[in-house]
Design a protein around this ligand. Structure first.
Ligand SMILES: [Zn+2]
Ligand SMILES: [Zn+2]
Length: 257
């Protein structure tokens, strides 16, 4: 088994203090590569440091929409500089979160657009965080995404119809352990329409442990195997074939060879 956790937050306190053991348990579970995703200037720097320490940890850098209100010209400038580090494989996570509305929507949109410009300029894939803002996210992508080759909607929580819109635009979709939750029928219907050459897996840890480990308070990359098993079954596939396909998709997307 050779799974890639395409979206985790290994720099967050819940995991960072115990990182060697977290990585060891992950390897033992067949998850041997990780993309740790930054959410603010400090986390971006920490993500890069971690990627320098572990060969198979890669980094993505961005300012999360929750933090949009803190962004200055200097923040964007530093982001652009960090994004040029050799272990940075994507800009993310960026987008719109109208569920929490921690930052004013107009600022979220502006900061999202700035990220899209950087991704286009540096020829990097982009990881989208979209919560209760589907139409607006698509609108901004229509305006700014023409120079970006690879776009993924992470922790997809939309409907099958919305998944089809995303796929029609040539974008990718990534699922977390949420798809295993009892009340996630909508997400399962969405997953059933996504072909494996557009589908990726992630934990988004330390949040949201998948079933049957949902009670484990701190999620970690080792638990990705449960989401993989669940989706392989949903697709009526052998686990090994399923993992091989989604890992190939993830490698090509992030250019991890
Ligand atoms: Zn997110
Ligand atoms: Zn995340």
């Amino acid at each position: 088994m050779n799974l890639i956790d395409t979206h985790c937050h290994l720099t967050f306190d819940e995991l960072a203090g115990d990182i060697d053991a977290v990585i060891e348990r992950s390897r033992a579970a067949g998850v041997a590569e990780w993309i740790t995703v930054g959410t603010d200037p400090q986390e971006n720097r920490k993500a890069i440091q971690l990627s320098e320490r572990f060969e198979n940890i890669y980094a993505a850098v961005a300012i999360h929409p929750h933090e949009a209100k803190t962004v200055t010209a200097g923040t964007i400038q530093e982001l652009k500089q960090l994004a040029q580090h050799e272990k940075v494989v994507a800009i993310g996570e960026t987008g719109l979160d109208y569920h929490y509305d921690f930052s004013p929507r107009e600022e979220q949109k502006k900061v999202f657009a700035e990220h899209l410009k950087i991704a286009a300029e540096l020829n990097l894939p982009i990881i989208i965080h979209c919560r209760e803002a589907f139409d607006e996210t698509i609108e901004i992508l229509e305006e700014y995404s023409s120079g970006i080759k690879k776009i993924v909607f992470h922790c997809f929580s939309g409907s099958a119809e919305q998944a089809k819109i995303v796929l029609d635009k040539g974008f990718y979709i990534s699922f977390t352990g949420v798809v295993t939750f009892k009340n996630a029928e909508k997400t399962r219907l969405a997953a059933s329409v996504v072909p494996l050459d557009r589908l990726m897996l992630e934990t988004d840890c330390p949040y949201m442990s998948p079933e049957p480990m949902r009670r484990q308070k701190v999620n970690e990359p080792a638990l990705l195997i449960h989401t993989a098993k669940f989706l392989a079954e949903l697709k009526g596939m052998d686990l090994t074939d399923f993992v091989e396909a989604v890992t190939a998709t993830s490698r090509a997307f992030f250019k991890i060879l």
